[in-house]
Design a protein around this ligand. Structure first.
Ligand code: SAM
Length: 269
């Protein structure tokens, strides 16, 4: 298969990537055959899988609007993915055109596409960095000048911490981000869970391990809640994706009680 124009040189087209698999699940066009096959295998195991992705995107939009209601106008979106409808900068800049957004991803396709759509947008950019190396990530973020780390920041970790295994010490990474932002900052987290449908979680975890070098680590409610240590959880706490401050029926992509994702928002005081 020939490399499409949107794919940066050197990208491995024989290896599925979580960013492109997720894009395929959302019906996007920045994915390869191998990613579509992996997404199809996931759907064959758990047919409502695309609904989890939609439910997660709906939480992302509600969380950004909530943070803006709290006065946060700058966002540090880590594991931001391949841009799709309703991105953080679109939600934030529609409310306040001066909002600032720094997208971070480890996947070169995600970063290249984000840069392309952000051309001409002085308040937003994208960098390639690794959440597993928070010191380097924070240094690279400072260098962009997009975020003023003296003012409250919205740290966004949507559907990314479950791509980090225990050996990657995700809890320490979240703690490093907590230390880097001032009081009045927030963290928003969504995460795949074993809490609701443990059998489906096990099937998808095993499938991901087969399909890509990066595993998916479904975690319990307690493990996900532990990421908020040091942050003050805002109401309603860590809940299923569609139950976090739903605004309308459009937020109900998954049936409560069956959502494969948990979500929460915490404040640094
Ligand atoms: C499932 S997508 C989520 C995209 C977006 N945050 C959302 O919720 O719609 C997860 C993203 O995390 C990125 N990612 C995985 N491991 C990462 C790491 N160690 N550092 C930065 N990004 C990472 C992937 O490349 C992918 O784009």
């Amino acid at each position: 298969m020939e490399r499409p124009a949107w794919a940066p040189e050197g990208v491995d087209m024989a290896q599925a990537s979580p960013a492109r698999m997720y894009d395929a699940l959302l019906g996007g066009s920045h994915n390869f055959e191998i990613d579509r096959r992996a997404a199809e295998m996931g759907k064959a195991l758990v047919p409502d899988l695309p609904r989890v992705a939609l439910s997660n995107r709906a939480f992302l939009r509600r969380a950004v609007r909530f943070l803006m209601d709290q006065g946060v106008t700058q966002f540090f979106d880590i594991g931001s993915g391949i841009p799709t409808a309703g991105n953080v900068h679109e939600v934030a800049q529609e409310i306040d055109p001066n909002s600032r957004v720094l997208y971070v991803d480890i996947d070169p396709v995600a970063v290249a596409h984000a840069r392309a759509i952000l051309r001409g947008n002085p308040g937003a950019t994208a960098i390639e960095a690794d959440l597993r190396k928070p010191a380097e990530l924070l240094a690279a973020a400072q260098e962009t000048g997009i975020i003023d780390f003296e003012r409250p920041v919205g740290v966004l970790l949507f559907a990314v911490l479950h791509l980090l295994g225990a050996d990657d010490r995700p809890g320490e990474t979240v703690a490093a981000l907590h230390a880097a932002v001032p009081a009045g900052s927030y963290v928003a987290i969504s995460h795949l869970t074993t809490a609701t449908r443990p059998e489906d979680a096990a099937k998808l975890g095993a499938n991901a391990a087969d399909q890509s070098k990066v595993g998916i680590h479904f975690r319990s409610r307690e493990e996900i809640t532990a990421f908020f240590e040091g942050w003050e959880l805002v109401e309603p706490g860590v809940v299923e994706l569609p139950l976090w401050r739903p605004e309308s029926d459009l937020d109900q992509h998954e049936t409560p009680g069956r959502s494969l994702g948990l979500a929460g928002v915490g404040r640094k005081s």
